[in-house]
Design a protein around this ligand. Sequence first.
Ligand code: AN7
Length: 356
Amino acid sequence: MQLTKKGLWAGIIHEYREFLPEIGTDAITTLHEGNTPLIETSNLRDIFGAIRLLLKYEGLNPTGSFKDRGMTLAVSKAREEGVKAVICASTGNTSASAAAYAAKAGMKAYVLVPEGAIALGKLSQAIMHGALVLQIKGGFDDALNIVKEITKNYPVKMVNSINPFRIEGQKTAAFEVCEHLGHAPTYHFLPVGNAGNITAYWRGYNEYRKKGAISNLPKMMGFQAEGAAPIVAGHPIEHPETIATAIKIGNPASWTNATSARDASGGVIEAVSDADIIEAYKLLASREGVFCEPASAASLAGAIKMKKDGVLNDGDTVVCTLTGHGLKDPNTAINSCPKPTKVAADLKKILKAMGL
Ligand code: AN7
């Protein structure tokens, strides 16, 4: 068991090569993604009691989300094949990651995003990294359908999680959780959008167990936003709605893989309300010092719900993946807190405002 990683972290392809599809060293395109912290919570005992709750903080990846783990592999593989351009549909994070890794690989990136429905930080990343950003008058599901059409007929590589290398790269997060803990957690909570990540973690845990690195498997606990919960409803949602724009998806590409992971692990896929998501989002920032984006907080909101429902027990080890950094979406942060107090540049007035 490796409790801490020493030395320079070379990125998930170099570090986990034996678990990943073969790839020529020259093609490897990395920004040193992975090796994110698993943070022990300190100040949520009033909610969780004697449950051990940890946060897999994927916001600390190079572009600020878990997407980098899959993107390093998808773009490296595309580079090995001699591909010149990549394309994706995105609720934001995939576009930011695709744009960055394409820039590193010297490729063109095309990204299709729903107009007005992606967080500001993500849009700024895609633009800064030089992607051609097309804002479509439609949702993520429309964008993905169009991307599928384009890749059928043109020499551009799809880097959505339908690209099998994305899931392969993302599974490495499960390895890291096991290395940190020395075993798999009892429960693993994740937000679910296109359902690639829950698929990837489940695969990662299973492969690590096959290698003999762990002996247990977690129950996979996926949480969708109430207004965008097709898997919970059992049918696609034509007009998904949620404040958590990252998971505003009505027809997930990895639907059946996600339900298989749920069923094989004895877990659940359920929904949490936007209000619950925002409450968990604020709780993490204000009590734990961890700033994640709203969609990410669906994992904690789910864990709170499962604790209230009596599903979680004292002594359980619970991991929540926080999929993206809070700075991705400054608007939601600012809108969900009281406005900062305005005060004159005057010592007395400032002391009064401080309550001193
Ligand atoms: C922060 O960027 O689908 O269930 O296009 O950005 O694997 O889709 C983002 C998804 C959770 C859901 N949290 O993961 C995209 C995109 C954050 C995300 C999800 C996303 P999946």
